[in-house]
Write a protein that binds this ligand. Sequence first.
Ligand code: DGT
Ligand code: CA
Ligand code: CA
Ligand code: ZN
Length: 609
Amino acid sequence: MSKNNDLARLFNRAADVLALLDENQFRVLALRKVARAVEDMAEPIEKVAAENRLESIPGIGKSSAEKIQEYLRTGHIAEFELSAAQVPSGVLDMLNISSVGVKTAYLLWKEAGITDIPGLKKALEAGTITGIKGFGEKKQANIKQNLAFMETAGSRIGLGYAAPLAHELLRLVQALPGVAQATYCGSLRRGKETVGDLDILISCAPDAAPEAVALHLAEAVKKHPEVENLIAEGATKVSLRTRLGLQVDFRIVPPASWGAALQYFTGSKEHNVRLRQRASDRGMKLNEWGLFRGETRIAGQREEDIYHALELACLCPEMREDRGEIELAEALFQAAAGKVVHPADPRLEFIGKTIPGTWLSVDRADIRGDMHMHTTASDGHESIEAMIAAAKKRGYQYIAITDHSKSQVQAGGLSVDRLMKHIEAIRATAAKIGGIEVLAGSEVDILADGSLDYPDDVLAKLDWVVASPHSALTQEGEAATARLIRAVSHPLVDVVGHPTGRLIGGRRGMEPDMQRVVMAAVRSGGALEINSHDMRLDLRDVHARLAVEAGVPLCINTDAHQISDFDKLPFGIATARRAWARPENILNTWPLEKIRAWQKKRRSGDADW
Ligand code: DGT
Ligand code: CA
Ligand code: CA
Ligand code: ZN
């Protein structure tokens, strides 16, 4: 993991500090510019620094370059620490509340004498923040709500940090002597949107001693730059804590127990409780070592053997939440065994027609294209050409380029004039590159009342319309419901993008009655997005499940603002699998002709869905 993000965070924080200290506005802006430059850099900052190229990067001057070098050498920047010492650390903590920016924190600190989050909470509850400009009831209610949200989100960590780290640790583990197999399990394998900790399972080679593997492991991870300290070092278990406070548990098992341990540590706990009960009902015993009848191990080496021995189909990890999947697995197993199936769980009725048969969850290989991405025309970092070429390299058959619409001024939203030229530029570039179908689209703002940011005659000129909410995300549930219903029912809206606008761990977003939104999509034949960005995952799993059950197509998009964002697709796929989605439920697994036919039918106003 390179240090680009750490450094960007550091420079942004330093800018916050200077702003709080009422320093020269230009210095504040200069620091933010450095942060942005470092964050946008396509190569590791370590490499750029080592090759003395820092100052050649727009936005980075001599003194910033020196600070970056200092950080890479020593792990901190003395000047930043000196100025940070002049601001109470609690004031900086307050900036983590999503509706508290520098200006707000400054006023709270200087005018209301509030220097930390507990103090802010007390003052909000007691209603003692009065007479400060810009601190009306609405603002205060907003802060209160976001504070409460932060507390319930707790210390769980997002996939943007956890998943790459898990992959990196796995690579490290797999290279150790005596290791046969290694994989992650727990909530990460189940594709949950946040993780409490990471669970990594290792099986040792038949001739290797677990203790020896544990020793090698401890030595190796100690040296990893992201690791803060080891918290447990046993013969079969090693645990560590990372610099961001994420715990990682490694467990070492013999090959004969690999499948059983994989099943056990993948969970969920609720799913496992049901499985253990099922084993015991059949006179067997299930634990992380295997499935036993008496002293005899019936299964343990492979995960699917455990399920089959319990007369269950082995479903993907993302479905294992005790949300009806055991009943499904039982019905599938019996169907495969030629027995008549009467699903006992009413939640299975919607898939009744697919039983008998095997269950195929949507997979990365099923995805034919990405239908939501940005270019430098609005707030993306790459040209039209670069995005198309990158998508083609990934083997996509089609993509849609969807820059922001006119109201998104801060994101470079396109006026109608610019949009018309952009459409032409997209088509010309696509023709030049060839070999991939490119839809000239737009991500059109859904305004607060559910109307769209371009008139219909403009929308009709686009090949693809994603309509997304970006503002007024705190509106009442009823208003949010009406807003989304109006958008999803519009015949020129192909898909509603990140429907709630939530940011994981940051912003609650809208809380519409999703069942009603889904029913409106059923009536109008509309589609909803699963936005794959690790901070969004919007629709979330349980909402996407409503869409799947109702037969509403979902589109798994990355909303890429740079090429590396395409790598976020697996997060969206995991969310779809958690929603029990099969390939046919996902619009962008369809051939383009099928998408076009569906779109044509919607645009013609055909009411027969
Ligand atoms: P997390 O870490 O909070 O995101 O969620 P998980 O699911 O990764 O939970 P974790 O790390 O506490 O445990 C990993 C797996 O180990 C869990 O999914 C199932 C299994 N497990 C842990 N404790 C128990 C238990 O008390 N009973 C059973 N049946 N399984 C357990
Ligand atoms: Ca875990
Ligand atoms: Ca754990
Ligand atoms: Zn977007």
